[in-house]
Design a protein around this ligand. Sequence first.
Ligand SMILES: [Fe+2]
Ligand SMILES: [Fe+2]
Length: 247
Amino acid sequence: MPRPIRFAAAGDIHADDANRDDLARAFRGVDATVDLILLAGDLTTYGQPEQAALLAEICRPLEVPVYAVLGNHDWHCNQVPEIVALLSSAGVRVLDRSWAIEEIDGASVGVVGLKGFIGGFPDSQLPDFGEPLLRQVYAETTDEVDALAAGLEAVAGSDHRIVLLHYSPTASTLEGEPRGIWPFLGTDRLAEPIAEHKPDVVLHGHTHAGTFEGSVGSVPVFNVAVPVIGRDFFVFELDGATVHAAA
Ligand SMILES: [Fe+2]
Ligand SMILES: [Fe+2]
């Protein structure tokens, strides 16, 4: 039986000059108390390389591995390659339609990471129809869903399996957000590979006013956006297929 793992998760940290010291304190506080730190996108406030650089400097000295996905804010200045390079140079593993397996004391932890995208839920779904621009949006989500499925296949043999997203794969964690914007907060098209492969836990952010705990079938889904968790990081323990808040 592989040993349980502890991980600290947060989404929407929105790094900026204004919160640099608070973030540095938060990361230092959780470092070495967990096995992994997972960041569910919106790493920066406006996607400026300077904001990624300050997050990189905060992460550089950390002892534990940090995995991150990008959020929509990280795309805002169209400088994603620069942002990824800055974070990577500080040891942050940015997963973008990709996956990794981390070995922790003999336990393998598969992390599948992607931003996800929009598209809505059963009563508000964007169809693959009409103008090329809208069909392009649909196709972008299709690529995310395909990458999620491929990643889950790749980590199928890992002792623990975690999915890290920015957009939500379920409406169950959106309660609290105005229903009119739900199609822009995620899509249950992302739920299909999750329901099929049943990872141990799914984490996402983006929905600042949503609900902490939801599910896709039997798979627990947590919205770890900082405004939702109400703290710097939420610490989970993953024991077999059971995930719970760490004491
Ligand atoms: Fe955000
Ligand atoms: Fe976001």
